[in-house]
Design a protein around this ligand. Structure first.
Ligand SMILES: [Zn+2]
Ligand SMILES: [Zn+2]
Length: 117
């Protein structure tokens, strides 16, 4: 095996990508949840996350038109709504974003409705 760290590198790149578009989105938009209008600052800011309006994380236009700042709670809601439409985009996003707190939740929800393949 030439590069046993290739997979780790891939995850690091993903994390880097997430960080960079988050930083850009936070610079571009006021630090307010687009759904519940809560305001975030200081330590609380880590609860504010970047949602991709079209649920495609590779779609990061420089003008930020695909981004929406949502608190982790509204973000979760947003994905629940989306999942109910029969599109399973949530797991990927939360894993890529490193929101380990949501992984168990997603599994629970996924098992409950039994729609996960
Ligand atoms: Zn919110
Ligand atoms: Zn999202």
């Amino acid at each position: 095996m030439k590069n046993p760290n290739a997979l780790n590198q891939m995850y690091r790149d993903l994390a880097e990508k997430e960080k960079s578009y988050r930083a850009r989105a936070l610079k571009m938009y006021p630090h307010i949840c687009g759904s519940c209008s809560r305001e975030f600052s200081g330590k609380g800011l880590k609860e504010l996350t970047v949602h991709h309006k079209d649920h495609n994380h590779d779609n990061n236009p420089p003008d930020g038109s695909n981004w929406e700042l949502l608190c982790i709670y509204c973000h979760d809601n947003e994905h629940e709504k989306h999942k109910m439409k029969g599109y399973g985009g949530a797991e990927k996003e939360f894993q890529a974003g490193g929101f380990s707190a949501f992984e168990g939740l997603d599994d629970l929800l996924g098992n409950k409705d039994g729609k996960k393949k």
